[in-house]
Design a protein around this ligand. Structure first.
Ligand code: GLN
Length: 517
């Protein structure tokens, strides 16, 4: 049967928890009470949390929404689960997802798709994926916080489609001990909530070094991150004193196709004002693709003009030339790592066991077992990954993709004001930007029915704006964008904006989202 409790049952079962949650919510709304509360105790004490089913929990089974891990009950908690429980948060559910995190709409699950809204199938909108279950739990007020994982956009995309805040930290900030890997060099644990404050409080709890995860930053690395931030601060202070600023309005107009005549008039007013914000926002021209939905482009422009006119930020057009290859590189690297990670599901060590007759026959049934228990998308990725790693193809695919990945990282390093803490020449870039703002997805959420007829490559296209930050390991947060005046907000027109920061500037991007978006 389906291990995920239906929404209705969950409401009934968790009634008591929600009473407490409601109390906390009202506290939350009054800032003053909230502040006092924050001082008193762990700020998230009593918060309910829904955890994606690829993060192990001692109290509930962990299946990665795959038949192959049916009934898998690991004896221990993941480090994140331990930290959440230690802070007094209440784990209310494990949530449905794309099998092993492979997908963007939470439809590739052995337990059926996660769907949003509409009583008839035709009206079901995509919740985004692969952390769609955690996002839906937060959106439907079943939990304050959703914990997901983000390998190529799996937390940011559901946040954009469900009008939530979704945060992917820098690679290695949060321990992945107990997180079942999809692509190790990209996997991060992400946070979903209704507000950036909740994301910040939760991230604050989770960003700890952890000896049991060798990829989780240790204390000395965290010290380097602090030093890099300090370098930026010095440059910002210096620029405040000595540099005459170029009026940001003119720069915005350089962003082709993004400045309308109306905003030009408004911008002129800004030119006369000499009060500029010290932070600079980068707008990568390569993200302005033809396939972008008009509402998304409108939301992007509206967000930028708001930041410029109201907060007097300087908007700087930037170029990230390798971005156009990022998506292809991602879909070589992630399946390659996945094919190797999933090799261990052979029916002997984890989850669902092979039958005795299968074992007696040996060899061929290894593949039969895997064929029966992995879903079609997972099998497609395993084949893709095995092929790109094979002797004849590795040079043309895997090695090339690794090179593209390096170029993507260098592009980002070249535009940020804060230096990359792990590069050797780490001086702050005086002309750099502090954050980059781009849409999270090229369109509002599609209907699930329409996805059924789409080809896999078309579906992969959806991740075009989220994978660059993943390849570079950068922190990124998706926040709901303003609705178009002619299309008042409704779930069909939900659009998310993404704030991307330099490696290690996690709190920087969260603060930005919290204060300005
Ligand atoms: N949609 C992307 C993929 O299918 C990203 C998934 C994720 O971040 N886990 O690989």
């Amino acid at each position: 049967g389906n291990p995920y409790i239906s929404l209705h049952d969950q409401i009934r079962l968790q009634d008591a928890v929600f009473k407490q949650a409601a109390r906390l919510d009202s506290l939350h709304k009054s800032t003053k009470a909230w502040r006092n509360f924050y001082r008193l105790k762990s700020a998230n004490h009593g918060f309910t949390v829904a955890v994606k089913d690829n993060i192990v929990t001692a109290t509930l089974p962990t299946t990665c929404a795959s038949r192959i891990l049916k009934g898998f009950c690991p004896p221990e908690n993941a480090t994140v689960t331990k930290l959440l429980e230690k802070a007094g948060m209440v784990l209310v559910a494990k949530t449905n997802m794309d099998e092993f995190g492979m997908g963007s709409h939470s439809t590739h699950s052995a337990y059926g798709p996660v769907v949003n809204g509409g009583s008839v199938k035709r009206d079901h909108l995509s919740v985004g994926g692969s952390s769609g279950g955690s996002a839906l739990a937060v959106a439907k007020d079943l939990a304050h916080i959703g914990i997901g994982t983000d390998t190529g956009g799996s937390v940011r995309l559901p946040a954009a489609y469900m009008s939530l805040v979704g945060f992917k930290p820098s690679y290695g900030m949060i321990s992945r001990t107990g997180v079942i890997p999809y692509a190790n060099s990209l996997d991060t644990v992400g946070i979903l909530a209704k507000s950036a404050i909740d994301v910040r409080l939760t991230f604050d709890l989770l960003q700890r070094s952890d000896f049991s995860d060798p990829t989780c930053l240790g204390l000395s690395s965290r010290e380097r991150v602090r030093a890099a931030k300090h370098k930026r601060r010095r440059v910002v202070l210096a620029s405040k004193l000595f540099v005459t600023r170029v009026p940001s309005s003119r720069r915005l107009l350089e962003v082709q196709g993004l400045a309308s005549a109306a905003s030009r008039r408004r911008n002129l007013a800004v030119t006369t004002s000499q009060k500029y914000h010290t932070r600079r926002i980068g707008v990568p021209l390569e993200y302005n693709i033809d396939e972008m939905h008009p509402l998304v482009r409108w939301a992007w422009t509206a967000t930028l003009s708001h930041l410029q006119n109201v907060y007097k930020f300087e908007i700087v057009p930037i170029s990230l030339p390798s971005t156009k290859h990022a998506l292809s590189a991602y879909y070589v690297l992630a399946p390659a790592e996945a094919s190797s990670n999933l090799a261990k599901y052979d029916g002997v060590r984890y989850g669902r066991k092979r039958t005795a007759s299968a074992d007696a026959d040996g060899g061929p049934l290894y593949s039969a077992y895997r064929y029966d228990n992995f879903g079609p998308e997972v099998r497609r990725r395993i084949l893709l990954g095995t092929y790109t790693l094979s002797a004849g193809a590795i040079d043309n695919y895997f090695i090339q993709a690794q090179k593209v990945r390096r170029l993507v990282q260098q592009d980002f390093d070249a535009v940020f004001r804060m230096p990359n803490p792990f590069r050797d020449n780490t001086e702050a870039n005086i002309h750099g930007v502090d954050v980059i703002i781009v849409p999270t997805a090229p369109s509002p959420p599609p209907y699930i029915e329409s996805l059924k007829s789409s080809r896999p490559v078309e579906r992969y296209m959806n991740d075009v704006f989220t994978v660059p930050a993943s390849l570079a390991g950068l922190p990124a947060i998706s926040v709901p964008a303003p609705a178009h005046p002619d299309h008042p907000w409704n779930p069909e027109v939900a659009v998310g904006m993404q704030v991307i920061g330099q490696y290690g500037d996690d709190f920087g991007v969260i603060y930005f989202a919290q204060n300005f978006l």
